[in-house]
Design a protein around this ligand. Structure first.
Ligand SMILES: *Cc1c(COP(=O)(O)O)cnc(C)c1O
Length: 222
């Protein structure tokens, strides 16, 4: 499918979910996840009007960045090994997968300017999923204040692998509650205004529950 056609379907769905939830569609930013596709295809996404691109491996990011550069705003969405930080830090505007202090320390060491980070929270409790336990998130975020380059833009989660939409919805609600609790702390390094949640199969639920960044791969770029 042409990206343009996929994009218009997704935009319609974003509008529909926003109407449902009484939200402004402009609050929802679409990150096109290009991890499965070529640099040509990623460039096609930019030509279709997409601004945000997401990659989950340093090699994929490097390949596409070389082609597209600053025509996109880059997001790193996958689990990030500390030794790879130096390869991604100069390219990305957002890291969606901050999940340990050793990573915060490495980002702080390598960054030349503050980096917008999402703390990845394991709201589903699935052992296969990365992320901090919900009950440990606040103490983790407080501990990040030791690293001046770490800005906590918000929280990120992945829905559990289930078809049960009420379970998926609950994990998104849990992330939103946690985000609001952290916002309420008024921490300088953690405005925590954003929610990165929702992928191809569940982004409408995520938008209804407050997502401000949705990360879509297969149903957008293939
Ligand atoms: C692959 C991936 C996505 C996109 O998944 P699709 O189901 O293809 O939309 C979103 N977020 C993360 C963290 C991913 O790894």
């Amino acid at each position: 499918m042409e990206i343009k056609e996929n994009l218009s379907v997704i935009k319609e769905n974003i509008n529909k979910a926003c109407r449902q939830a009484g939200r402004n569609p402009e609050e929802v930013r679409l990150v096109a996840v290009t991890k499965y596709v070529t640099a040509d295809r990623a460039e096609e996404a930019i030509e279709a009007g997409i601004i945000h691109l997401g990659e989950n491996r340093d090699e994929g990011l490097a390949e596409k960045y070389e082609r597209i550069g600053n025509k996109a705003v880059w997001h790193f969405i996958g689990s990030l090994q500390s030794r790879k930080v130096k390869h991604v830090i100069d390219k990305v505007s957002y890291i969606h997968s901050l999940d340990r202090l050793s990573l915060a320390k490495e980002i702080d060491k390598r960054a030349e300017a503050p980096v917008q980070c999402f703390v990845q929270v394991n709201t589903s409790g699935e052992v296969s999923k990365h992320g901090i336990k919900p009950e440990e998130t606040i103490s983790f975020i407080k501990a990040c204040s030791e690293y001046p380059a770490i800005q906590i833009a918000g929280l990120m989660t992945m829905a559990p692998s289930t078809d049960d939409t009420s379970t998926i919805r609950r994990t998104f609600q849990r992330l939103k509650e946690l985000k609001e609790e952290i916002q309420g702390l008024g921490l300088d390094h953690a405005p925590c205004t954003e929610l990165s949640m929702g992928m191809s199969s569940d982004y409408m639920i995520a938008i209804e529950e407050g997502a401000t960044f949705i990360r879509i791969g297969s149903s957008l770029v293939g």
